[in-house]
Design a binder for this molecule. Structure first.
Ligand SMILES: Nc1ncnc2c1ncn2[C@@H]1O[C@H](COP(=O)(O)OP(=O)(O)O)[C@@H](O)[C@H]1O
Ligand SMILES: N[C@@H](CCC(=O)OP(=O)(O)O)C(=O)O
Length: 378
């Protein structure tokens, strides 16, 4: 294993936003339905985290398991349509249970079902991001699962580790906390190696991790392999990944206090730097936006977002979420960013204050044309 020097250390006690993923092997009571008591225990812990100022997005498996109980099935079927039917039956039961548990702590929750193609399409990705941000802004706790009913084998995430990592990218979480049935990543698969010990810290990109991680058990899907890959994905937006035992007493609240539990997989880059690197790496822009001198100062010197009021002209073929060049009045490149509106929409709202966007377009996605998190000056 390689040393972790140079990786970005993280204080979980001061972090602002976590994605918590709860896996199938943990949720299911030895395969016999959903472990209701445990769900209420995690809900109580999450309530404490939120009271401590932490925003939490939950990614929970368990739809198929809950559906199997409801349908009286003892064995998990192999046919995709039966798995999908079970997920459809179980998802509402699962979320209903979560909802009841969170309500007991005066927390509103919301269900979001996503597919791989939702997150691959930039426009839908941005829409999902806006909705999640709006929910977090409203203090609502999002509960996410894969939309099992509409996916086929070729296009499904399959495991929720990958989904959790992509959600961590989407909401720019500080940490992805993966709760599973083991206490972390062991230096060998603990099912076959009783002597194996937990790796307490490593770089997410350390190739060694993939040599010790194996596949999942009977109930889970991806095993440790998908968890290590998820940590690598999460690291792209600068998130730390924690893999810990979900049955450990007060696991979430103890992690919040920076107690060394489970495995910490560290990213190599600072959150914003990682995101901006991605943006800076985009070679082709889909259009341009000309900004007035006041807006040039705001984005260059004050690190602010670009508002439509500071834009004087635009052209190109960009859609919401595409990369655009921001030019000054002499046509010099000032910045590059992801535009929240299409070229047609931008034309209609340029020079106008953000408060008027809704009356002009009939809707509002975001008050900024390009948010500062999605803007890199050149
Ligand atoms: N190196 C390893 N360390 C820990 N667990 C491992 C390792 N390699 C494989 N596993 C297996 O991965 C399983 C957890 O993955 P999985 O069953 O998919 O859980 P979940 O449903 O929580 O995603 C563990 O029960 C364990 O048997
Ligand atoms: N979407 C599926 C869960 C997929 C799954 O089992 O994932 P994982 O918990 O990562 O092993 C369900 O809700 O049953």
């Amino acid at each position: 294993m390689h040393p972790t020097d140079g990786a970005v250390p993280h204080e979980l006690s001061t972090s602002r936003r976590w994605v918590v993923k709860i896996g199938s092997s943990l949720l299911t009571n030895n395969g016999a339905g959903i472990d209701h008591d445990r769900i209420s225990d995690w809900a109580a812990q999450i309530a404490r985290l939120r009271a401590d100022g932490l925003e939490v997005v939950l990614v929970s498996s368990g739809a198929v398991a809950a559906g199997m109980t409801e349908l009286g099935w003892q064995e998990r079927p192999h046919e995709l349509e039966l798995l999908q039917a079970a997920a459809a039956v179980g998802q509402s039961r699962l979320v209903g249970h979560y909802q009841g548990c969170f309500q007991a702590h005066d927390i509103r929750s919301a269900q979001i079902l996503l597919t791989n193609s939702d997150l691959a399409d930039r426009q839908r990705y941005l829409n999902a991001r806006s909705t999640l941000r709006a929910l977090l802004g409203l203090g609502v706790l999002p509960i996410i699962n894969e939309n099992d009913t509409v996916v086929t084998d070729e296009i499904r995430f399959g495991d929720n580790d990958t989904l959790g990592a992509l959600v961590a990218n989407l909401v720019e979480a500080d940490a992805l906390v993966i709760l599973t049935d083991q206490q972390g990543i062991f230096d060998a698969d603990p099912r076959h190696n009783p002597e194996a010990t937990v790796i307490s810290e490593a770089r997410a990109n350390d190739p060694y991790l993939l040599t010790v991680a194996s596949g999942g058990g009977a109930l889970g899907r991806g095993g440790m392999v998908t968890k290590v890959r998820a940590a690598r994905l999460a690291a792209r937006s600068g998130a730390l990944t924690l893999i810990a035992g979900g049955r450990e007493e007060q696991v979430l609240t103890r992690l919040r206090q920076d107690e060394r539990l489970g495995s910490r997989l560290l990213p190599d880059a600072e959150p914003l730097a990682a995101r901006k690197q991605w943006l800076a790496g985009q070679l082709q822009s889909k259009g341009w936006i000309r900004v007035d001198p006041g807006a040039v100062r705001a984005i260059r010197e004050q690190g602010k977002s670009l508002l439509p009021v500071g834009v004087t002209a635009t052209d190109g073929e960009f859609r919401r979420g595409d990369v655009v060049d921001c030019l000054d009045q002499d046509g010099q490149l000032v910045a590059r960013g992801l535009c929240n509106y299409s070229v047609e929409e931008t034309r209609r709202i340029l020079r106008r204050p953000s408060a008027e966007i809704e009356s002009i377009l009939g809707y509002i996605s975001e008050p900024e044309l390009v948010h500062r998190d999605n803007l890199v000056t050149v």
